[in-house]
Ligand binder design. Sequence first.
Ligand code: ADP
Ligand code: TRP
Length: 327
Amino acid sequence: MRALSGIKPTGTLHIGNYLGAAKQFEMMQSKNYEGFYFIADYHTLNSYPDPSALSENTWNIVLDYLAFGLDPLKSVIFLQSQVPEVVELAFILGNYTPMGLLQRAHSYKDKTAKNEVINVGLFYYPLLMSADILLYKSDVVPVGKDQKQHVEIARDIAEKFNLHYQKDVFVLPEPYIPEDVAIVPGTDGRKMSKSYENTIEMFSSSKDFKKQVMGIVTDSTPLEDPKDPEKCTVFDIYKLFASKPEVDEMAEKLRAGGYGYGHAKKDLLEAMKEFFAPMREKRAELEKNPDFVEKVLKEGGEKARTVAIETIKEVKKTVGLVGNIYC
Ligand code: ADP
Ligand code: TRP
């Protein structure tokens, strides 16, 4: 079974990205899935990123992937833009994609609803993501719930193409979305997202990390009063990091009263610090070793491209584009 996923380098990764996506990559690696994990850099261009910020964010996510436990000997780690064939496939697939399918994409609908000016790159986004998935013939795509529709679009396009040529060129991909981390809440209780500025970033400085955790929004129930754990974002996040007995203990303390939200935040901070400590250490080591990271990308890009070229050849042959016979 082949698993594939990517994360856009639009900023610093947060615990939503980790739990909803990267942690699942590592889990699949441990279950011997053949993994392809990339940094979706082409995908950022529709928001005109600052070039130096884009390259810095890209590099940082490679470090993050490795710190989270992705192993270049077991998984293919690469940048989307190392494999230009993805753009070629996206172009070809566009011809098998009804306009309506892209018009129904949330990413596009949300922007039109806000009357924002939209470029073709944004409209085309699900198509490029479909090419990401189909190019590597991926069976499963580990993502957060917000990406489910995009994986379904990839599946629809693959089905249309296969049906048209009566040939199983593309594998029909399935999203992989574990229920408990499908939507990790942010510090304001909404979905954690870079765009809502409600994130907790596991690799930020200890000071910023603490500030983000202590900034989780709670209601104004006084310290001494009982509190409902089910209506508490601190508790919701704690559940994702602590053991079952620890979670039960916090629930009991909240219900009993005399345990304030400040106490709960401190317990959450400690649990997360402990959880991420080995990854922070590993990341600090990797930062000192850029040659290793470059080697990972060079070899990962080559492996990914070999697979991509095979698929592109097969697609071109299927549709009757004979160009690659003559090059
Ligand atoms: P953001 O919303 O912060 O911009 P991205 O869109 O870059 O995050 O998401 C990268 C990956 O992380 C995707 O697979 C996405 O579904 C997942 N993800 C992002 N935020 C969350 C969240 N709050 N809960 C679960 N998964 C998430
Ligand atoms: N669209 C995804 C996001 O916003 C990133 C992404 C690009 C992706 N291509 C992908 C995820 C292919 C999974 C598979 O987070």
